[in-house]
Design a protein around this ligand. Structure first.
Ligand SMILES: Cc1ncc(COP(=O)(O)O)c(C=O)c1O
Length: 397
C-alpha cells in the first residue's frame, strides 16, 4: 500500500536535498496546497493532516478569512518596523489582549517561539534583578542560546553548548523538586503547561496551583510557554486560566506557532507589573510587529471565533476519545483538546509510517511509544472516523 513515488516528487526532492541542509527527516510529500485539514501533494494525492506542520495550522490550511486579510494587507504595505504606529499592529494587540486572561493586557510581538521565550526570560530578569531560571525535565523551549539552555529534553541542551549559565531543571509535576531549587537567585519558573515533545505530559491541577503559590511567596515570575497549548489548541484560548490548570494565570504567556496560521509570528503576553519594568530599548526586533504578521494574527483569532473552533475542539476531542476507548491497542490518550498523545505497545515510528501509507499525517515525539496529534482546530467528527478506521487497520490484533 506504499504510495507511488511520482516524478513530481523525485525532481523536487532531488533539488531540495541538493541545496538545503539535511536537518530534517522528511516525509515523501511535496506539499502543493492545503484546505482545512487536508494537505494536497504535487502528485495529486491528498493527506489528512493531523499534525498541522508542527502545530502551526490551527485555523486549518489556507483559511479563506486569513488569506483574504493577507491579500488586503499585502496590497497596502508589507512591512514597517516598530518605529511607526500601525493600524494592523494596534488591532492585533487589542484583539490578543481581549482574549487573554484579564491580567495580561500588554503584548510584545516577535517572530518565533524561541524568541518569545528568550524575551520572556529577559523580562523576568529585568523585573526581578535576578538571573537564574527553573525549567523542567522534558520541557522544550526552542533552539536559540538561552531557550535551548532552558530545554532539558534529550540531546537539545547538549547541542546548545556552551550553555547560558543559570538554568536549572526540576521534575515536571513534582512541586517539592521545584521548592528545593527556588532560592533567592531565581528570576523565573518557565514551563510548557502540557509538555508536548516529551510525549504529551500533563500535571495534576494542584501542581500549577503550587507553582503559582511558590512564585507569589518568593517573588518569582511564572512563565507559561504556550507556544503549543495557546491559541485554542486545548479547546480554551490558553491553558492559563483554564480549569485543567486550576485557573492559574502566570505573569507571562509566550505564543507562536498557530498564532499567525503559518505567517511567522511570536508574542509575549505580560502583566502590567512586568510591563512596568520594561523601558525603551530593553527589548527589540526588526520584524516583530510587521504588518503582514499582524494581519495574520487578527484574522487567525477572528477565524477561530467566527467558526466556533473552541467548541469544535471540545466536542471532537470527546468523539475521538470515545472512539479510541474501545481500541485495545491504544493504552492511553493523554493531553487536552487537540494536543493529544496516543500511547501504544508498539513503536510509534512504525504506526506513523503505516498511517502515512494510508495518507494520514501524525507526529512522533521523544517518547518512542507515543503518537502525537496536533490537528487543525476545524477537524470534524467524520475526519476523526477516517483516522480511527485507519488506526484499527494499522494496529496488530
Ligand atoms: C513548547 C515550544 N516552545 C518553543 C518552541 C520553539 O518555537 P520556534 O520553533 O517557533 O522557535 C517550540 C517549537 O516546537 C515548542 O513546541
Amino acid at each position: 500500500m506504499k504510495p507511488e513515488i511520482s516524478t513530481a516528487f523525485t525532481e523536487v526532492a532531488a533539488l531540495e536535498d541538493r541545496y538545503q541542509l539535511a536537518t530534517y527527516k522528511k516525509m515523501p510529500i511535496v506539499a502543493e496546497r492545503g484546505s482545512g485539514v487536508w494537505l494536497y501533494a504535487a502528485d495529486g494525492q491528498k493527506y489528512l493532516d493531523l499534525y498541522g506542520g508542527h502545530a502551526v495550522a490551527g485555523t486549518g490550511h489556507s483559511h479563506p478569512h486569513v488569506v483574504a486579510a493577507l491579500r488586503k494587507q499585502a496590497d497596502k504595505l508589507l512591512f514597517y518596523s516598530n518605529l511607526v504606529y500601525s493600524g494592523a499592529r494596534a488591532r492585533a494587540a487589542e484583539k490578543l489582549a481581549s482574549i487573554a486572561p484579564p491580567s495580561l493586557a500588554k503584548v510584545f510581538f516577535c517572530n518565533s517561539g524561541t524568541e518569545a521565550n528568550e524575551n520572556a526570560m529577559r523580562m523576568a530578569r529585568l523585573a526581578t534583578g535576578r538571573e537564574n531560571v527553573i525549567t523542567f525535565s522534558g520541557g522544550f523551549h526552542g533552539r536559540t542560546a538561552d531557550a535551548i539552555s532552558a530545554t532539558f529534553l534529550g540531546m537539545y541542551r547538549e547541542l546548545g553548548k556552551p550553555n547560558v549559565p543559570g538554568h536549572v531543571a526540576a521534575e515536571f509535576g513534582d512541586l517539592e523538586s521545584v521548592r528545593r531549587l527556588a532560592g533567592d537567585s531565581i528570576a523565573a519558573i518557565m514551563l510548557e503547561p502540557i509538555q508536548s515533545m516529551a510525549g504529551v505530559r500533563m500535571a495534576a491541577p494542584e501542581f500549577y496551583e503550587g507553582l503559582r503559590r511558590l512564585c507569589d511567596e518568593r517573588g518569582i515570575v511564572l512563565i507559561y510557554d504556550e507556544v503549543q497549548t495557546g491559541v485554542g489548541r486545548t479547546g480554551e484560548w490558553f491553558f492559563a486560566g483554564s480549569q485543567a490548570g486550576a485557573g492559574v494565570v502566570p505573569e507571562i504567556i509566550t505564543l507562536a506557532k498557530a498564532l499567525g496560521s503559518g505567517i511567522p509570528v511570536g508574542a509575549c503576553l505580560v502583566s502590567e507589573t512586568i510591563a512596568g519594568h520594561i523601558k525603551e530599548n530593553d527589548l527589540g526586533t526588526t520584524f516583530g510587529g510587521g504588518m503582514m504578521a499582524m494581519a495574520a494574527v487578527s484574522a487567525t483569532l477572528e477565524a477561530i471565533e467566527n467558526d466556533g473552533m473552541l467548541a469544535n475542539v471540545k466536542s471532537v476531542e470527546a468523539h475521538l476519545r470515545e472512539s479510541l476507548a474501545s481500541m485495545s491497542g491504544v493504552l492511553e490518550v493523554a493531553g487536552k483538546g487537540f494536543l493529544l498523545g496516543l500511547r501504544f505497545k508498539e513503536k510509534a515510528a512504525e504506526i506513523h509510517r503505516s498511517l502515512l501509507e494510508r495518507r494520514i499525517i501524525t507526529g512522533t515525539s521523544s517518547d518512542p511509544n507515543v503518537i502525537r496529534l496536533l490537528p487543525p482546530l476545524c477537524l470534524s467528527k467524520p475526519e476523526v472516523d477516517l483516522f480511527v478506521n485507519a488506526l484499527s487497520e494499522v494496529l496488530p490484533g
